[in-house]
Design a protein around this ligand. Sequence first.
Ligand code: PEP
Ligand code: MN
Length: 336
Amino acid sequence: MLIVMDKDATPAQIEAVVAKIQGLGYVAQPIPGGERVAIGILRNPGPVDPALFLDMPGVIQAIPVSKPYKLVSREMKRADTLITFPNGLTIGRGHFVLIAGPCAVESETQALTIAHAVKAAGAQFFRGGAYKPRTSPYSYQGLGEPGLKILAKVRQETGLLIVTEAVDTDSLKLVAEYADVVQIGARNMQNFSLLRQAGQVGKPVLLKRGLYATLQEWLMAAEYLMAEGNSQVILCERGIRGIGEHARNLLDLATIPAVRRESHLPILVDPSHAAGRRDLVAPLARAAVAAGCDGLMVEVHHEPEKALSDGAQSLYPEQFAALTRDLATLKPGGWA
Ligand code: PEP
Ligand code: MN
């Protein structure tokens, strides 16, 4: 249930509503944004009677929230969530962003070379894993903390903000210290203890869609983050298991308008992990932008044939630059 207050409601009237919710044994969560204060009721085991609130001074509406996800839902918060970083960059509707970089941080030279190239092509964020969730235990697992230090150097030298993945609760602590955005990967989308802790780190979290996750499961995973008090959640579609061998995954473009309908959170698209091969990345990226996503995450490597992870799907820097020029003609965000 969402309690909507009159725009002239006094702090005392708002306090009284919060106290009533708490007195019933539920959690009161003020919802930011808009010119009116709204207060969400959470952790109520059954329906709440709107009449309990409707006669309180300053209350104008009590709206039942029908979806299992509450804080994530558009029913709770109509305005799009915008996440603004200390340097003024914003992620969210109307602020198209490009996140680019290698799958994994391999060395300082590799990271800086790619970072300078993607920055010149228009990226605002650098991506690169210091901790890699790999299908095989024998594959490259990432540099760990030395990789995070390289990412800090990339930010210092280029001004690009850093997106990097936490694979477990141990790496999360370190990742949250170094990253501007903490990534939770597809394989961890339903790692609920990791989600709970990521909800508490005080940094924006980019939550990838799980390999087989329905939209509802994905949004419920985002609810875990928000339920811990983190309102800075970014969703990222990266393809789900398909039936074909022609691409690594099946990019589900319908999630872009569907997320927009169901949720106020920003929705980005990662065409690289959907494609699995370089030649499919740009067409999928253009399609995602045409469908109205709020930004892209693209893997780029200056020597993809030598990459320690995901080289086959990594664009050469000049291919990434050509893609960003194409995207400009699509007016990113212009139709959303
Ligand atoms: C990645 O971004 O490098 C990655 C491992 O992605 P995903 O979790 O989507 O597979
Ligand atoms: Mn990758």
